[in-house]
Design a protein around this ligand. Sequence first.
Ligand SMILES: [Zn+2]
Length: 211
Amino acid sequence: MKKIVLLGPPGSGKGTQAELLSVKENFIHLATGDLLRNEISNKTELGKKVKSYIEKGLLVPDGMIVDFILDYIRKNDLYKKNVVFDGFPRRNFQAEKLEEELSKNGSGIDKAILIDVDENTIIERLSTRLICSGCKKIYPGNYEDDECFVCHNKLIKRTDDNIDVIKNRIKVYKEETTELLDFYEKKGKLVRIDGNDKPERIFEKIKEVVL
Ligand SMILES: [Zn+2]
């Protein structure tokens, strides 16, 4: 069974690729952001804590996220399944804990795939992105419809996607990802894929690595 980590800057389309792996190749798409949003909307103990950090503008502590994800792996017995991790791990500490956990019942992460995209392409993509006014799902600027395919609410422009915000997000991404790339490179698990390509082409390349 395969365990894949997808890495890439905001706007790299890694969520889309993870979704494709899930739909077409039977991977469990472990979308950390979505899981945490669920916790918040279901008002669980964890959800309340996470919400209070976000509202104060603070980062949710690494340890809290690690506990949550590892717990999720155990509860759903993901050891015996194909899993693509999206949005986790973000730092070495998290990556180490994930390796430890998976190694108890298997062989850790098989490949960490970086979808590499030029900074200019990221800015172009993010500054045109759309968001569902209902469920907050994100869509590319060239999405062919004007409503969400999940909840059918109208798609609107993302208000926080101005250039300065985007540049800052790229900076944060670089800061937190450099050591993570190093971590997987040293283990011989890092694969870089050119993300300046059509989603279908990128998916073909990912499949070559994964399957
Ligand atoms: Zn929606």
